[in-house]
Design a protein around this ligand. Structure first.
Ligand SMILES: [Zn+2]
Ligand SMILES: [Zn+2]
Length: 276
């Protein structure tokens, strides 16, 4: 049905603009809500949860915002490419859920997340190679103390590489648009979490074998601060296998969480005293 849309330049410009608007609004919602809530509105309340106590400069946050806005210019082009591919029947995107069933849809979502995790780890390792780092990845590392606005702060070269996951997925895996949408939302949420600047996971999370296959906000924050360690995205598997976790990652996590526990209990002590 929808496959009969005519592929003329006006349609493609419209698809591009719609793509850009959706990407930009998604960024404003996810990064904007996190920033407004934690960094502005409840700044004082959540101070004990800060990973790096200091806040970055306004100029640094503005740079993150500008590069993120430019990233969506590239992402939208890739969106147009996928749109053309779908119309031409080159992709494995299917429209009817019943074709593979809901069970497969859930499987395809999980598979996409796992493939992206692997794709990101190795692409990220590659970008840290001395021949590529300055040209491709330095922009993202301009933030040594990132804010949620850094989630998509990439040099255009890096934006191309980061966007590459979606064409790869739709070419190799039968996938429904609902699974693509859920993947994009999950990816954005986790990306904002990695750049949040606050750690909310409980004490011993990183030392517990039940949980420590997940990455934490401290994990990616350390990557921004120390550069050549903690390359993973959602999960810690690749960093463990390749021995690229920072040797002090677990201790740093405990330090951040213990500091939070001390500060919050001191704060409640003060509150109790004033109440009494
Ligand atoms: Zn990096
Ligand atoms: Zn980052």
């Amino acid at each position: 049905m929808t496959d009969s849309i005519e592929l003329n330049s006006l349609t493609l410009v419209k698809v591009y603009l719609i793509n850009y608007s959706l990407l930009f609004v998604r960024y404003l919602i996810f990064a904007g809500l996190a920033y407004t809530f934690f960094w502005v509105w409840k700044k004082k309340k959540f101070q004990p949860y800060r990973i790096q106590k200091k806040f970055p400069s306004r100029a640094s946050i503005l740079t993150e915002f500008k590069y993120s806005a430019s990233t969506f210019l590239i992402f939208s082009l890739v969106g147009v490419g996928i749109f053309i591919g779908k119309q031409m029947g080159w992709t494995r995107i299917y429209n009817d859920v019943s074709e593979y069933g809901w069970g497969y849809l859930v499987f395809s979502l999980i598979a996409t997340i796992l493939i992206h995790d692997t794709y990101f780890y190795w692409a990220h390792r590659m970008m840290h190679h001395r021949l590529l780092f300055k040209k491709v990845h330095l922009v993202h590392h301009l933030s040594t103390n990132p804010s949620p606005w850094a989630s998509f702060s990439f040099h255009p070269y890096e934006a191309v590489l980061e966007a590459g996951i979606l064409p790869l997925i739709v070419l190799i895996l039968p996938i429904h648009p609902i699974a693509i949408l859920l993947f994009i939302l999950y990816m954005t949420m986790m990306n904002v979490l990695g750049h949040l600047g606050y750690e909310f996971y409980p004490k011993h999370f990183v030392k517990s074998p039940v949980w420590n296959w997940n990455n934490t906000s401290v994990h990616h924050n350390m990557h921004h601060k120390k550069f050549n360690c903690n390359y993973g995205l959602y999960f810690n598997w690749w960093d463990k296998i390749c021995n690229t976790n920072h040797p002090e990652y677990a201790d740093e996590f405990e330090r951040v969480v213990s500091g939070r526990l001390i500060e919050t209990s001191e704060e409640s002590g003060v509150t109790l005293k004033t109440a009494a």
